[in-house]
Design a binder for this molecule. Structure first.
Ligand code: PHE
Length: 344
């Protein structure tokens, strides 16, 4: 029996030398050490051994089993190692390959220009005031010296929710709300950005909805020269140090005197071209000294304080600044248009 066991050891170890796959290894384990394997087969004859022989043969059988098991374990480990190596090789990352390009958005040109305008005035010490887009007739017109049936209301026809509630036609109502909230205190120094609505043509330069930024300053001895200096500052920061302004007399019910402001043509620098209709100037905003009646309705004594106000369309500033030919580009979300502003 001992010889049979030793023979089994030699045969098993030899066969194990030639194993090439984990499957083959498993087959051999079953063949030699399995419940119906060769070793079990031999040990079944143990019953016929004498009491002295039994432990001796038992020892040999254990040695043989241990020897075979050791080799099987070694082989198994070698297979696992090889598999790990192969996986590592297959999963090698080439860090020099170009990465995936993720599309990134950009700030909308209108928001960008609005932010630039706001930054200029914040730099001049203004704060930002906001108000409702659905507004009361009182704030939008009445308190701005535009009583019911005033003909100047025609310039700003709007969308009415009721007889007394409308989509605001300008952000001037925010200025009224600011004055009232200040309870007669000075100084007032705010800009009011936001969407406004008008019953208007939809064409290359008009839209029923657009964005405005208006400004209001109230204090002691505020003069027209303060207004002019402020606007020159603003224009030179927006359009460059060479930009100049000129004021033309105009009319607004809420300011007196009132003016229309032009900036040196951004295209020709003032020499005259098609863009400025050969005048050298481009109109950019309206302004004036706050009307005494508006000050009064806002809770101020026009004998004590004075103020100036101005209002501009963000779209118009953006059209001029970037040489855009149609206001509708701002609203159609065409990426060919929008992506041009991504790196500016
Ligand atoms: N509110 C005026 C408009 O929308 C603009 C403006 C504001 C004019 C302040 C003068 C002073 O047309």
């Amino acid at each position: 029996m001992k010889e049979r066991l030793e023979g089994l050891r030699i045969e098993a170890l030899q066969e194990l030398q030639h194993v090439e796959t984990p499957q083959q290894l498993n087959d051999l384990r079953v063949k030699y050490l399995g419940k119906k394997g060769a070793l079990t087969e031999i040990l079944r004859g143990m019953g016929g051994l004498s009491a002295e022989e039994r432990p001796v043969i038992g020892q040999v059988a254990n040695d043989v089993r241990a020897a075979i098991e050791t080799v099987i374990e070694e082989k198994q480990e070698a297979f696992q190692q090889a598999e790990t190596n192969n996986r590592l090789l297959a999963e090698t990352i080439d860090v020099t390959l170009p990465g995936k390009q993720l599309p990134t958005g950009s700030v909308h040109p209108l928001n960008k220009v609005a932010q630039e305008i706001e930054d200029v005035f914040i730099g001049l010490g203004y704060t930002i005031a906001e108000g409702p887009e659905v507004e009361e007739d009182y704030y939008n017109f009445e308190a701005l010296n535009l009583p019911k049936n005033h003909p100047a209301r025609d310039m700003q026809d709007s969308f009415y929710v009721t007889d007394d509630i409308l989509m605001r036609t300008h952000t001037s109502p925010v200025q009224v709300r600011t004055m009232k909230a200040m309870n007669g205190e000075t100084p007032v120094k705010v800009i009011c950005p936001g969407k406004v609505y008008r019953r208007d043509d939809d064409d290359a330069t008009h839209s029923f909805q657009f964005n405005q930024i208006e400004g209001l300053v109230i204090g002691k001895n505020i003069r027209m020269s303060d207004l002019k200096g402020t606007l020159l500052q603003f224009v030179q920061q927006m359009f460059g140090a060479q930009a100049q302004i000129r004021l033309r007399p105009s009319f607004f019910p809420f300011t007196e005197p009132s003016a229309e402001v032009d900036v040196t043509c951004v295209q020709c620098g003032g020499h005259g071209c098609r863009m400025c209709k050969h005048t050298g100037w481009l109109e950019i905003l309206g302004c004036g000294m706050v009307h005494p009646r508006v000050l009064e309705m806002g809770g101020y004594d026009p004998e004590e304080v004075s103020g100036f106000a101005f209002g501009m369309g963000v779209e118009r500033i953006a059209l001029l600044k970037y040489g855009i030919d149609d206001i509708r580009h701002f609203y159609t979300n065409d990426l060919r248009f929008l992506s041009q502003f991504a790196r500016m």
